[in-house]
Design a binder for this molecule. Structure first.
Ligand SMILES: C=C(O[C@@H]1C=C(C(=O)O)C=C[C@H]1O)C(=O)O
Length: 264
């Protein structure tokens, strides 16, 4: 395969080229969507019936799977998956977009299309994250609950798979350093090279602060800034932990898997 030449990056004034700076700015903006969608999902209790495969005798699928499959079918018609940042959880048999495709900038190496950890994200979200984000119980609002789950899944998948863009700009900044570890298929070396612990710490602190801002109980009484976690819709330390335990590690998995294929 012809080698994919990293385009020269222009950091000049007004440049709109992709760089580690612009990629990190996008990740920061995506934090807002993730934190807000998690706070919104926490409005409802767990609602186990929506996730029980045996609850729908006819299909053997859960209501959640049917809801997401049919939503992605509609989103595909609207061209959602023309955007390389958007990856469906159920990619088989999706319809073609109804409108001509938008010409998205080609930033990633073509192998990016084969880096897909949606199954891992699905299992993490329903088996690990949701049970600690929500209270036990059932309020019967399965449609609203699943619409909020879909928003969370899409925001999480977009953020985690954005690791491809992070990996691409890191590779372009030091192709020789990364090429050696890629040729050796040294996952541990790649993980060490792409890890910036100071950045991760700032991410964890910032998302906790956003959970305080977005999740505060707004009243007309005196401001109660910095109150205890009982004043927040979701415990801000929980949001920070979700990033620490799953979102950041899965983003780095995507970075490593993309880099391992980058020289193909
Ligand atoms: C996303 C990056 O790569 C890694 C993953 C990070 C994250 O998921 O927040 C932050 C820093 C790095 O350890 C980055 O360098 O910005």
């Amino acid at each position: 395969m012809a080698s994919f030449e990293a385009s020269s990056r222009d950091e000049g004034e007004g440049s709109n080229q992709t760089s580690l700076k612009t990629v990190r700015e996008s990740l920061i903006r995506q934090e807002d969507s993730i934190v807000f969608s998690l706070i919104e999902r926490a409005r409802h209790p767990y609602n186990a019936a929506a996730y029980d495969n045996s609850s729908l005798k006819s299909s053997g699928s859960s209501l959640a799977e049917i809801f997401v499959r049919e939503a992605e079918h509609l989103h595909a018609k609207a061209g959602r998956y023309d955007n390389p940042e958007e990856i469906p959880f159920f990619s088989e048999d999706l319809p073609l977009p109804l409108l001509p495709p938008y010409n998205y900038p080609q930033v990633l190496h073509p192998v990016a299309a084969s880096v897909n950890i949606t199954k891992t994200i699905w299992n993490m979200y329903f088996n690990e994250l949701l049970p600690i984000l929500t209270t036990k119980g059932d309020d019967g609002n399965y449609a609203s609950t699943l619409a909020l789950d879909l928003a969370c899944l899409q925001a999480l998948s977009r953020r985690i798979h954005y690791g491809k863009y992070v990996a691409e700009v890191k590779f372009r900044d030091a192709p020789m350093d990364y090429s050696s570890a890629i040729h050796d298929k040294d996952r541990e070396a790649l993980m060490r090279m792409l890890t910036f612990e100071r950045v991760e710490e700032m991410v964890k602190q910032r998302v906790a602060k956003k959970a305080m801002v977005f999740g505060q109980q707004v009243t007309l009484e005196e401001d109660n800034w910095g109150g205890d976690t009982l004043n927040y819709k979701v415990d801000p330390t929980l949001i920070s932990r979700l990033y620490s335990d799953w979102i950041i590690p899965l983003t780095k998995v995507v970075e490593v898997e993309y880099l391992l294929l980058r020289l193909d």
